[in-house]
Write a protein of this length. Sequence first.
Length: 290
Amino acid sequence: MPLALRFSLLLIVCLGLVNSAEAVGRKKPPPASVSAVRQLPPAPEPRRSQLPVATAVSTAPGQAGYVHYFLITHPDESLEYHVGIELSDQRIAWSFPGVGVSVAPFIASGSFEVTGVTYTIEHLYAIRPFPDDARMKTLQDEIGQRVAQWIDDEIPYCGYRTRGGPFCVSCGDFVVRLLFPGRTFATPNLPRDFFRAPAGTGPSTDDLLLFLLGLNELPSKEARIQRVAALSLPPPLREDISELLVSMDADAEPAAAVARGQRTMRRLRAAGARPSQKVVQDPPASGRKM
């Protein structure tokens, strides 16, 4: 074969190899596997019934927003559970008979006088309303402003709202509206798993207690009893919630059981006990401030 022909053939082969190498270099890398690219969905937020409960037996710095339960003895010796919410200075904001939405010093055990009527008060326990730090911080940052709006509007106390009557709130209704404020007083932004009270009423202290302990979303009485047994609770709280669960029908939803009637209170003040603290609350006055 002539030398020139062989040289031409060799040149053609080399050019072909170069083009092939360039083509290989331009090939796209194989697509990554779908499993490597797809991001895992965020883990579902734990339900309240799966989380521990933080409690306290008194007020303390850093507990703003804690819901406090009291036992009130009326002048006629009748008993009532009463709730308020702790402020940053350890005072208690509540809706109280005769004075409405107001702020008072914390009373561990003593008397509270309103317009000449004296109530005996015993503090029972306090519960942190939100397990997660983010919502708790928001509540603590806003609690003063939320309470001030209610006081400035002079919202009175009532057990039940009458149709066409002035807007008023019970103690439980007030605390719930502080925890879950809506666009207006009349429309709190309640979570889906919170008990909806019938028209004209607000959430009771028992409704709130079931929610705070993560019991209202559980399907049966047995599940609620197991939940309480697993929680670390102060003795008065364990006694009260156990009594409430016993009073509920075995298969009834908590909201339905609570709505049918109030439980019988077994807690009585020890014979001979005397209040150690006395607070006199001034009657509501126009333009009052915190």
